[in-house]
Ligand binder design. Structure first.
Ligand code: FMN
Length: 175
């Protein structure tokens, strides 16, 4: 049976500027086992409803953080979300076991091509190395860190390639 999945989308212009994340979010929302939350639409002022977010998390077996790669990291609202939602005594620390055993899946769109994210490439660092803070966060809150799903080369991707990547995402979310 497909995992009960919560997809949290962090894109500041999901409905008015995104090419990839909008397609991914719409495809995800069509799946019966998936709930999608457009976090920038919910919290344009960055005032996150912590209780609402925590309640949504409790219902899920798998949580997806879907976002465009910005400055080798996440968009700012995802950082804010981590700072506020992953509370002491809830997500970590004494009695902080609410997310234990759940899976964390990253789904990232990346402007540059994959060859640039190599030690001998333009950026001199791999994508997985750049994602270490998120992997360490998952470990700290007792979540399993799944192999990240990434679409590279967004700056030059064709519609056909993007459609294939969206189909791969749907297959992953349907597991
Ligand atoms: C503020 C900003 C920062 C970005 N930083 C990076 C980056 O560090 N590395 C990279 O490969 N692409 C970077 N990009 C490109 C985005 O990752 C790319 O445009 C996005 O994934 C495309 O998804 P979308 O069609 O849903 O907007 C950046 C784009 C913006 C707007």
């Amino acid at each position: 049976m497909a995992k009960n999945t919560l997809v949290l989308v962090f894109h500041p212009h999901l409905s008015d500027g995104s090419r990839a994340n909008l397609k991914l979010a719409e495809a995800a929302a069509a799946l019966l086992n998936v709930t999608v939350r457009d976090e920038y639409a919910l919290y344009p002022d960055f005032k996150i409803d912590v209780k609402a977010e925590q309640e949504a998390l409790l219902k899920a077996d798998r949580v997806v953080w879907q976002f465009p790669f910005y400055w080798y990291s996440t968009p700012a609202l995802l950082k804010q979300w981590e700072d506020l939602v992953l509370e002491h005594g809830w997500a970590y620390g004494h009695d902080g076991d609410k997310l234990h055993g759940k899976e964390l899946q990253l789904a990232i769109t990346v402007g540059a091509t994959v060859d640039k994210y190599r030690h001998d490439g333009e950026f001199g660092v791999t994508g997985l190395e750049l994602l270490k803070p998120l992997e360490t966060t998952a470990k700290h809150i007792g979540m399993t860190f799944a192999k990240p799903f990434a679409i590279h080369g967004m700056l030059g991707i064709t519609d056909k390639e993007l459609d294939k990547a969206v189909a791969d995402y749907v297959a992953l979310l349907s597991e």
